[in-house]
Design a protein around this ligand. Sequence first.
Ligand SMILES: NC(=O)C1=CN([C@@H]2O[C@H](COP(=O)(O)OP(=O)(O)OC[C@H]3O[C@@H](n4cnc5c(N)ncnc54)[C@H](OP(=O)(O)O)[C@@H]3O)[C@@H](O)[C@H]2O)[C@@H](O)CC1
Ligand SMILES: [K+]
Length: 486
Amino acid sequence: MRYAYRVETVRTAERELMARLPEGMLMRRAAAGLAAACRGLLGRTYGARVVLLVGSGDNGGDALYAGAELARRGAGVTAVLLSPERAHEGGLRALRAAGGRAVGGVPSEPYAELIGRADLVVDGIVGIGGKGGLRPVAVELTDLVRDAGVPVVAVDLPSGVDADTGEVNGQAVRAGATVTFGTYKPGLLVDPAHEHTGAVRLVDIGLDACLPRAADMEALQHADVARLLPRPGAESDKYRRGVVGVAAGSGTYPGAAVLAVAGALRGGAGAVRYLGESESVREQVIRRFPETLLTQGPVRRAGRVQAWAVGSGLGDGSAARELVADVLTADLPVLVDADGLRLMDVSAVRERTAPTVLTPHAGEAAALLGRGREEVEAARLASVRELAELTGATVLLKGSTTLVADADRTKPVRVNATGTGWLATAGSGDVLSGAVGSLLAAGLDALDAASVGAYLHGLAARHAAPPLTAMDVAHALPHAWQSVTN
Ligand SMILES: NC(=O)C1=CN([C@@H]2O[C@H](COP(=O)(O)OP(=O)(O)OC[C@H]3O[C@@H](n4cnc5c(N)ncnc54)[C@H](OP(=O)(O)O)[C@@H]3O)[C@@H](O)[C@H]2O)[C@@H](O)CC1
Ligand SMILES: [K+]
């Protein structure tokens, strides 16, 4: 598992650790890790031109000490001090002693040339002490860096992103790589901030020993998913492995039924039962997937089912609304997606005692929260938490970094990073809803089913050859399983 902690928690752990170590030790560890990462990115350090953007706090201190190390190894290092009178004293001394130089003050013109000739820019403007977006001088410098197209490595976080929320107020540095210290911060894992980080490298500074067990956010890794995946035992039959009921698709959107069933068949349950009133849709499902069990309403007479996935492609009619309401009365885990999110009655969801998983994209989440889509996209972490609170359900907010907030709000929010832009294709959500429904039927709890489903779905998209279709993603799910379990 990969864990992320909020700034307040990092600060407490940092104080505890600092009290046990000689002064300056933590910053030296951080700077050593940063310098090593810079050397890796430069390829050849001797003779390389490095520009440090140095703010007034310890983030700038890290950059200066790392710059000193690079200068000792023969790089030409110039520090641009954003507040010359407040730059980290020890760091500045170390840089100068190693042969680096520092410039500061206002005129931005010479900086354009300096930055334009650089092989690497180190962003030490601001780290976890940052508040609000970048200030004007910092904006001016980062504009120069962007225009010059020079690679940037961010110290701890790209300056200007919010470490706790992943929100970006105004402008923020866009880094090719971020070197972070001690632990991940939520902002590194959540969009829009995540789009600014590039590849994130974690430097161990010994902070782990002082961090609490409960993280603020976590991200599953292969080993976690492998541990959670359902596996048939010697005693298993299809019912014990779980039957997932799929209530999706309509005469207007028959494809949604086919795709949700495709996902469900590869989600790990023992069988898929498709429930639909349209004979032609049932026929299309069975023609494509002869292993599907077919049924018609009402839900209570559908036959044995251990979890339901409802909503994709149902359309808008009153029959669809009744179907969603009917599924929500089942005393079983239920996943609601797409049209179902619009048709469901939020109070009926709140009243349920069995687990409910909602899988909105930003637009659907915005509609449920009564605000604009852009507001949800700008504040994804806050939005997914709020929606879980509002509905009492486990909420999976889709996006390039998918978030899952459990109904039990004491649990960390999970973030999934396996996704790819190629998943933004028609029907890919239908496949996800089937797969997560299947994992629910196989017995995973709501948080695990949603986060494991998102993980596999993202991985499957990476296995499928681009430009991919939703059906390609469904077909690649077994490859994703294999790559996780091997
Ligand atoms: N935690 C750990 O274990 C370790 C932490 N370490 C390092 O310490 C860093 C934290 O250092 P920190 O506390 O000094 O804060 P930092 O991020 O440098 O920023 C504060 C300064 O920035 C300024 N400023 C604020 N907002 C701004 C904005 N929007 N735009 C521009 N400027 C802004 C603000 O100015 P002021 O508001 O005072 O005018 C203040 O002077 C951390 O990220 C990591 O790199 C490692 O060395 C060792 C292990
Ligand atoms: K930074």
